[in-house]
Write a protein that binds this ligand. Structure first.
Ligand SMILES: C[S@@+](CC[C@H](N)C(=O)[O-])C[C@H]1O[C@@H](n2cnc3c(N)ncnc32)[C@H](O)[C@@H]1O
Length: 249
């Protein structure tokens, strides 16, 4: 049975009951934007070793790592009940923090398209229970509709070109259950008085060619046309440079 079909059945409760801890199929291509633009940060093993430092991730976020991480964690409650999906690995301790908060019946799936990232995460979550890693592309998730209570998309959208970003948002909305939450944390346009806008414009333009889209669009405007969210809440941080958008399905 093909991996995608097996996983969909498993998540509908029709398939074999055991939740696999790791599913790393080889036949998923690495998206072009990742190979061309971000290979040095996410695909190159030396890059992974270099960036996997809490202080460095905090520096890249201008000292806001804890604040943004905790803002996302706060949406999950404590202890976390139900099923959580993290769409794409991240550097730092975000996933471990979620894993530590999982209640006895809770479970977390993490997907990423880059095997080297999943291997890195495997090492970081050693010893934590209730967490499974899957090699999948965010634009085409292998989970059934309405599987999750929470879907977290943490600093992924700004890295994706428009078409991939819209598909990622569509998939996040598809796999969350009615009443569940999709939590996006990402860049946002700083307020006119925030001097960071003059620092970040050249940085993002040079290093993250799709990131400025986050400055001129609302995440809510990328929701699928058929989505009828019960609520959309937006909070901004650090003079508007970062945002958390919580969509209740
Ligand atoms: C979510 S972003 C996180 C960046 C952030 N600066 C951090 O690490 O805290 C980077 C991750 O997204 C993954 N990624 C990018 N495009 C993806 C896609 N289409 N599907 C799944 N994972 C993807 C990359 O492989 C990488 O592990």
């Amino acid at each position: 049975m093909r991996m995608r079909k097996a996983l969909k059945m498993q998540h509908r409760g029709q398939g074999p009951p055991a939740v696999k801890r790791y599913t790393f199929p080889a036949d998923i291509p690495i998206p072009d934007y990742l190979r061309r633009t971000y290979w040095w940060a996410y695909l190159n093993p030396r890059g992974v070793r270099f960036f996997e430092r809490q202080w460095l991730v905090n520096l890249i976020l201008w000292g806001n790592y804890r604040r943004l991480r905790d803002a996302a964690l706060a949406e999950l409650g404590f202890p976390i009940r139900g099923k959580v999906l993290q769409v794409a690995c991240v550097y730092g301790d975000f996933t471990e923090r979620v894993a530590r908060r999982l209640g006895p019946q809770a479970h977390m799936d993490v997907i990423d398209v880059a095997p080297v990232q999943l291997d890195n995460l495997k090492r970081k979550i050693k010893g934590h229970r209730g967490i499974s890693l899957h090699r999948q592309d965010s634009v085409d998730l292998a989970f059934a509709d309405g599987t999750y209570d929470y879907v977290v998309v943490y600093f992924l959208l700004h890295e994706q070109p428009g078409s991939a970003r819209i598909r990622t948002i569509g998939e996040a909305m598809r796999v969350v259950r009615p009443g569940g939450k999709v939590i996006f944390v990402d860049y946002h346009q700083p307020s006119p008085a925030n001097p960071m806008r003059y620092v970040m414009t050249p940085v993002l333009t040079l290093l993250e060619p799709f990131a400025m889209d986050m400055w001129v669009n609302n995440i809510a405007d990328w929701l699928p046309a058929a989505a009828r969210p019960a609520a959309v809440e937006k909070h901004t941080y650090f003079g508007g440079l970062y945002q958390k958008v919580v969509v209740t399905a």
